[in-house]
Ligand binder design. Structure first.
Ligand code: C2E
Ligand code: MG
Ligand code: MG
Ligand code: MG
Length: 292
């Protein structure tokens, strides 16, 4: 009987695995088409400096609207894009669209905001990443100080020497560098000193419980203090409540992003948001020098 059951289980699992593989293949196929047919859209989420109460930047977040399946979340398709190499054309599309959009806002007369673009692991190791970024900046005419790349600890740590080289190349061009989801990856804090990082983004999982969990409060407080002593900017992600905002501000975290301020929105809605907050726009600190 045990044998029967075992076999049943085996069949069950293998069917499940099969289905996952099919899902993945189907998703890969759909993704290829989506790239050809440009079924993607970039959304933008504002980032605020709550010390000076100014809008300092936006994060670009990809959205895939499939004609039949509807909205597919990046959490689902970015990993598939990574595994299949499709992240290359997709990542290039994101970078170009984000840079062109931010440049367009400048051309329309808005004070400049910075745009954060997420870079995944395989994308970061692309041999021609720097070249691609150079080309996109030249094509769109965006000043590099308005582009911030959001990188994650896990892949930065994989090969510290080549990481350093890539980051230095980017930094020389004046591109801003941020560590996304800070605190969740494989953290050797030592790298913060050696890599030319400008900003860390406190992961939203810590921010979520910051007013209810002593541990998360302690972690967030420690991250803010450490960023301060290393002279790194620090931004809290996933701020949803006034209580979280108050806690963060009291601990010295100036910059924030989250549903409390606004959800990610399409470019045209973001234009209206910029219009509404026109007198709250300012040139990012590091860009100031170049603009004066
Ligand atoms: P991330 O870069 O850490 O982005 C933050 C995620 O948190 C976004 O989810 C955003 O919509 C969401 N978020 C923002 N504020 C709040 C809040 O107050 N509460 C909660 N619960 N969530 C909030 P999204 O857009 O689904 O993106 C998920 C992840 O997918 C991103 O995490 C990023 O790692 C990746 N991703 C998104 N767009 C791109 C892209 O263009 N390229 C690459 N390589 N990855 C991307
Ligand atoms: Mg991000
Ligand atoms: Mg994040
Ligand atoms: Mg992330």
């Amino acid at each position: 009987e045990a044998k029967e059951k075992g076999r049943g289980n085996f069949q069950f699992f293998s069917e499940e695995m099969n289905r996952n593989a099919l899902d993945r293949n189907a998703l890969e196929h759909k993704l290829r088409r989506a790239i050809e047919e440009e079924q993607f859209e970039l959304y933008y989420q504002p980032q605020w400096d709550m010390h000076s109460r100014t809008l300092i930047g936006v994060e670009a977040l990809i959205r895939w609207r499939h004609p039949q399946d509807g909205l597919i979340s990046p959490g689902r398709f970015i990993p598939v894009a990574e595994d299949t190499g499709l992240i290359r054309p997709l990542g290039e599309w994101v970078l170009r669209t984000a840079c062109a959009q931010v440049r367009a806002w400048q051309d329309q007369g808005y004070p400049p905001v910075r745009v954060g673009v997420n870079i995944s692991g395989r994308q970061f190791r692309q041999p021609d990443l720097v070249e691609m970024i150079d080309r996109i900046l030249a094509e769109t005419g965006l000043d590099p100080c308005y582009l911030e790349l959001e990188l994650t600890e896990t892949y930065l740590m994989e090969d510290a020497r080549s990481t350093s080289r890539i980051l230095e190349f980017l930094k020389v061009r004046g591109v801003e560098l941020a560590i996304d989801d800070f605190g969740t990856g494989y953290s050797s804090l030592n790298y913060l000193k050696h890599f030319p990082i400008d900003r860390i983004k406190i992961d939203q999982s810590f921010v979520r419980e910051v007013t209810s969990s002593r541990d998360d409060a302690a972690i967030v407080e420690a991250i803010i203090a450490m960023a301060g002593s290393l002279e790194l900017d620090v931004i809290a992600e996933g701020v949803e409540t006034a209580q979280q905002l108050k806690f963060l501000k009291a601990k010295g975290c100036r910059e924030m992003q989250g549903y409390f301020f606004a959800r990610p929105m399409p470019a045209d809605e973001m234009s209206r948001y910029l219009e509404e907050h026109r007198e709250r726009l300012r040139i990012p600190r590091r860009g100031l020098k170049d603009d004066l």
